[in-house]
Design a binder for this molecule. Structure first.
Ligand code: SAH
Ligand code: SF4
Ligand code: F3S
Length: 477
């Protein structure tokens, strides 16, 4: 049997660590890149690889043959930063053996800590924030002339729209497509608005083109990425093309339709929805197109309206429940997942029990669950005291996890006996004799090898499950 409970604990957003995001491409100089944090960072690393590729760098999986080592980092919680610091100390040892090696830090931690990583801590040669990746070749040249190079300028309009990312995962079935950058929401616990800057949307034409290219290259699934996809808005006047004023904007529901039409065989997912902004139009679009997957990640954070107010989330428990009811009504078989934070500032036992009771109401199919970690400069750090003791945060988190595991198992058990359409992602990591792939509802299915190949859709009858995985057998027609 597969021990999948671990997955829920390990794959929390903001803490994912993948070592093998590098691939081998032709070029004289070698780049090793490692990514931490959310999907957006993994997507950004592909933009970085593309920029570096044009400047004569091929990527490598072997750090010992690299001329340049880049680490794309996350600041979402303190432990995410600690992991990066440990890794940087290891890189520093490599640099002692090879003084010509250039070590650079990218992403959210680079933006947050800026020059201090160079000057006070002397951990790296180069610091580049999320909007400065076009400048990387210049920054590397500066390091070559003996300087320490920094660019942490945030932009109001950079979307890297014209850059065609170099796909690093080698999987070749599923790809991330960034549709917007930054965040304007200012949830009081969150560092992202400080590290990623103002929200801006990407030209829909370039998004559709990227998805078409992916489909032509054999990809069968795209995940559209933004911190709050529901506030995606492209104003055609941006390009001076305005002929028909009512059609002057493209919103998220309209963008989804455009991408859905690329091909009925291209599955479309998206992340992250925001409960305050998710419209019924998005839900109707999902119901209309079979290839818009029946899965919504709708982070709740807390089930108590006072805590939500302190978090500055912009919705109440009642509003959130109404959005869940709208999903059930418009897309009856839609899976729903969430993010939950335990022990936010001032959270009482009663407020925590509201989170548990909300979980009882929604019965999420999946959840990412975190202990509150105070982040410098955020509204919460300035306004509230981080006053819930560590043991209380931990025990509340355990209760939340325990409940979720029960609901994940219940949700999977309901699929036993059904036939699911599965997009095959490849051979199962745990057994050469099995294939794995996902259902529209984003459940992982493992089944013995049959006729279906990677990148193909097959019908699988579900016969067993754990809380994280469905097991089945391929049905031959
Ligand atoms: N834009 C997304 C979330 C991005 S961060 C949204 O609004 O839903 C991913 C998750 O990390 C958040 O949903 C939240 O649950 C968690 N998170 C963010 N800041 C945190 C903090 N300071 N401590 C603990 N968890 C945090
Ligand atoms: Fe952070 Fe809130 Fe923006 Fe999400 S919506 S990235 S939680 S500020
Ligand atoms: Fe982390 Fe930055 Fe993403 S803080 S979660 S890598 S936006």
């Amino acid at each position: 049997m597969l021990n999948d409970e671990k997955v829920i604990l390990e794959e929390r957003q903001g803490e994912v660590h993948e070592n093998d995001t590098s691939t081998d491409l032709v070029g004289s100089k070698k780049l090793y890149i490692e990514s931490y944090g959310c999907q957006m960072n993994f997507s950004d690393s592909e933009v970085v690889a593309s920029i570096m590729n044009k400047n004569g760098y091929s990527t490598t999986r072997d750090i010992d043959e690299a001329n340049v080592v880049l680490i794309n980092t996350c600041s979402i919680r303190d432990n995410a930063e600690k992991r990066v610091r440990n890794r940087l100390t290891e890189f520093k040892k490599k640099k002692n053996d090879n003084p010509d090696l250039v070590v650079g830090i990218l992403g959210c931690m680079a933006e947050r800590l800026k020059k201090s990583l160079l000057e006070q801590e002397q951990l790296v040669d180069l610091v580049a924030g999320p909007d400065a990746y076009r400048d990387l070749p210049n920054l590397i040249d500066e390091v070559g002339t003996g300087q320490r190079a920094v660019n942490v300028l945030l932009s109001r309009d950079e979307t890297y729209a014209d850059i065609s990312p170099v796909r690093l995962d080698k999987g070749g079935v599923s790809a991330f497509v960034t549709i917007m950058r930054g965040c304007d929401n200012m949830c009081s616990f969150c560092v992202v608005p400080f590290t990623r800057g103002r929200e801006r949307s990407r030209d829909p034409e370039t998004i559709v083109k990227e998805c078409q290219d992916l489909f032509s290259n054999g990809y069968r699934e795209v995940t559209l990425l933004g911190q709050n996809v529901d506030s995606y808005r492209w104003n055609i006047t941006n390009k001076g093309q305005i002929k028909n004023p009512e059609k002057a904007t493209v919103n998220f529901a309209e963008l989804m339709e455009l991408v859905a039409k690329v091909s009925p065989d291209l599955r479309v997912r998206f992340s992250t929805s925001h409960p305050k902004d998710m419209t019924d139009d998005v839900l109707y679009a999902m119901a209309k197109y079979e290839n818009l997957c029946n899965y919504i990640h709708l982070p709740v954070q807390s089930g108590n309206s006072d805590v939500l107010k302190r978090m500055n989330r912009g919705y109440s428990r009642e509003w959130y429940i109404k959005r869940i009811e709208a999903i059930h009504e418009i897309i009856p078989d839609c899976a729903i997942s969430t993010d939950v934070i335990s022990g936010f500032c001032g959270e009482t036992d009663l407020e925590h029990s509201d989170t548990l009771s909300l979980m009882d109401f929604v019965k999420y199919d999946f959840a990412y669950m975190f202990k509150y970690s105070e982040r410098p400069k955020t509204l919460a750090e300035r306004k509230f005291e981080d006053d819930v003791p560590e043991e209380v945060k931990s025990s509340r988190l355990s209760e939340i996890i325990e409940k979720q595991l029960k609901f994940s198992l219940e949700s999977n058990k309901k699929r036993i006996g059904l036939i699911e359409k599965v997009l095959i992602e490849g051979v199962s990591k745990r057994s050469d004799e099995h294939m794995c792939g996902r259902t529209s509802r984003n459940s992982m299915v493992v089944f013995p090898k049959g006729k279906g190949l990677k990148g193909e859709y097959v019908q699988v009858k579900i016969i067993d499950c754990t809380s994280a995985t469905l097991m089945g057998e391929e049905i031959n027609h």
